[in-house]
Design a protein around this ligand. Sequence first.
Ligand code: GCU
Length: 682
Amino acid sequence: MVTGMDNKWTQLWLKYEAKKANGNDKYFKSISCQGFDYNNKILKNAVDELIKGAKGMLGVTAECGFTGCQTAEESGSTVKDSLLKATLILEKDETVAAEGYRLLEKDGCLYIKASDEKGLLYGAFALLRAVACEKTVRGMDKTVIPDNPLRMYNHWDNMDNSIERGYSGDSFFFENNEVVVNERTRDYARFVASIGINGVVINNVNVKNCATWLITDRYFEKVAEMAEIFAEYGIKFFLSLNYAATIELGGIDSADPLDERVIGWWKQKMAEVFDRIPNLGGFLVKADSEGRPGPFTYGRTQADGANMLADIVKPYGGIIIWRCFVYNCTQDWRDYKTDRARAGYDNFIKMDGDYHDNVILQIKNGPMDFQIREPISPLLGGLKKTNQMLEVQIAQEYTGHQIDVCYLIPMFKEILDFKTYCKEGADTVADVISGRTLGNKNTGIAAVCNTGNDNNWTGNDLAAANFYGFGRLAFTTALSAEEILDEWIRMTLSTDEDVVGTVKEIMLPSREVYENYTSPLGIGWMVTPHTHYGCSVDGYEYSRWGTYHRADHLGIGVDRSDKGTGYAQQYFEPNASIYNNIESCPENLLLFFHHVPYTYMLKTGKTLIQHIYDSHFEGVMQVEEMIAKWKSLKGKIADEVYELVEKRFDLQLYNAKEWRDQVNSYFWRKSGIADEKKRAIY
Ligand code: GCU
């Protein structure tokens, strides 16, 4: 088992391999610092990174001219000396907003200006990114302020070393029910800090067994050690909390949020926890969801549960991130009235305005569960008086398990750009989660992370583009999916234009390709139960999970209009009417909102059934094209990466063909309508 002690893991986009200098080398000869506390650990890490990057990428040994910096001490130089000759100056500048930075080239010197150390660190990484992408820094004057206050990775790691929905090996945070802290922890912190992540939850939202004990003496020491490493990279440390800890740890027979015994126990516990884990940011809570305990058990509301914990952590500056993934998972498939899609909104909207200031509701991007295409959750923006955080998933649970290539940033862009119509002029999801809509600070964006202890961190090397891209997008929402991908390729694979262009051609459309060969037009699911990889059209059709496609011999889809479950009415106008009406409903979501006959004519002039056949044949052809493109890169990128990805492409092609043939055969058999083009259907 890799425990992270053998130093074999890759350095992802922080490889610091030799690059074309384009005049950048001269700025890295000597580094100086003005206005910051030289002993600050974040500052020290920023400087170390600049030194390492300059050496690796430009072959320059930067002389660091200030005390507190190792190189300075070794060379015996003083601050005064260094200021005279410094070429790269880290300068405190109160005019730059918190966590932001300004990169300025002036009179032959390069400045990284920031008002705090985090901003400085982000500026240092931004500068290294420019060098890695071989952009010249001459004439640069660029100020970047993060768009979202909280930019988080949520890990679903278990203490036995497994990862729920992990496709890249096992956990590097836990092993044998112990917390693991080693060089890999530090590298992880460097990677995520380099893309602007400022919060990390290390354990699974399903808090069971030993993980319940993370808030006890048994683990404090190691947890605090890890939290300290994160802090040195500007990252707040969070834990997922077991809502029923009063029962499991406290020996109280209740978890009723209004019970004085429960409140008293939590007060004592939180005092201890925040004392033992300085730098703890707070907790993520999955309550009343998929068998997890919660306030509903005691006839209380979600607000009662969240507020109770929030009030207790408030004196320590803590926040409670409360998930809205609350639905009935023991549904009867015969029941056409209950609609899982409605659940998040129905369970949370009533209490809008009741959630306390340091509660944030974390809302999955869609009303179901990270499908390849879903509408945007109507809770986002629907809540008008509550802190909101968007949750997306880069762990490819339903999008190919990091076997199939699926670059998710275009999907996240769509989500962020969605107009909720909640408030004129500030109504996109991006507005809501950045705090622009409500003028609030406890907001942001989180992704369920896709890393594990595989040498390349993400199983498929190409899946690291999502790991990289999510952070970049969370920091600067206006970046395009292509810009982000471009950077990632240049930093990770190669700056060769042919490689950059070809990898972009493969990855940019990969989400649509995956959609083409899997479940059509927003209906989702049709996956193998439990694992969620591979096709099983009826796999969830007669289950308790509320995930139905309702296909019969005449048509397919779920009627969520006002004549059906009424889900479409949860949106503000005009969205509600747009979705409600089959004519105006965006066709890529048609089957999510309507039950549609196979003979229904789409705007493309194709019938629904012909669209299903065509898109599935096309999806497989597109995978074949992707593979041909990848093969053209042999010899142009590292062999190890080339070969690993090539093998995954073989599996993807097999998967795509299975999906194509199973979906097409299923609908041909149901409908009795033949493919116009008479291709092979079984
Ligand atoms: C999905 C996923 C689970 C996860 C859950 C959640 O249902 O399959 O593994 O626990 O989402 O987000 O809580």
